[in-house]
Design a protein around this ligand. Sequence first.
Ligand code: NAP
Length: 313
Amino acid sequence: MPARVLDGKAVAGQIRAEVGPAVAAFTQRAGRPPGLAIVLVGEDPASEIYVRGKLKSAADEGLRADLHRLPATAAVAELLALVERLNHSDVHDGILVQSPLPAAMGADAERRVFDVIDSRKDVDGFHPINVGRLVQNRAALAACTPSGIIELLERSNVAIAGARAVVIGRSDIVGKPMALLLLHRHATVTICHSRTVDLPGVAAGADILVAAIGRPGFVTRDFVKPGATVVDVGTTQVADRAIVERLFTPGSRRHEVFERRGSIVVGDVHPDVAEVAGALSPVPGGVGPLTIAMLLKNTLVAATLRAGGEQGG
Ligand code: NAP
């Protein structure tokens, strides 16, 4: 029996349907909407698409969302100065600096920028203060993608407490916060990475398997215990026909999209896993929409906190 689909789009819709009225109530109380500032450096095509999606979603739910652009040639100092200005802006409750930053800014640029964002406006949850709070299970602002995955699991009635969870990937933005959020919900968590010995064997012990690697179709059926819940975080734009045809047979819906567009977005989980897993999040339509929904929610939380209200969770 094919795996149950974990419908990220539907769950994101539920979250947004809750955020919208809460934004309206905040706006009425505060006399202004919660405000999100998005900073985009350069013209990376994928980032342009992500940023457009975030701006539109924020506007759809009644938030104020402003785009601040810098050229790809901007110095880190210019970016830091812009973030400082936004830290002092009264109308912006959240600041998001779209990654990746141009390589010319240097390998440590993202970390330097995340360190400078006012932790109360850090709607991405990347500031060391918010990461520390997450470790202590008292985060108001936690990273959007892993928070969205928790919403997806909980709202899809996947039991987390007591489950064996394996997270493949240990990045600061997905893998580590994912592991902590699962741990705080009483899963027994293992984090895997590129040096893990016998990765398929470790993964196959999981009741909940989260793949956040960035390698198309890496997680094959031998990684998955029959009936396990599998969450696919990977989003890689693939234009290489050989990779596409390793994953999708000619004539299939995804292959047709590839033929039409010349590239498709592919997850870390091989499509055959659907024959083994009990539940599986698709790509696209799984984790992506949840990330945006949680960004809107975090902006509302930040606005409420700045206005001196109760934190929204
Ligand atoms: P990242 O910073 O590149 O981290 C990738 C992780 O995967 C690293 O910890 C790395 O291990 C591990 N890894 C790489 N190759 C591996 C291998 N062969 N075996 C085992 N582990 C391996 O990536 P990220 O930012 O966490 O993102 C991961 C994926 O999620 C990407 O496809 C990204 O586009 C996607 N993503 C999607 C969303 C969304 O909203 N849908 C949001 C964020 C990210 P080491 O640490 O040992 O190098």
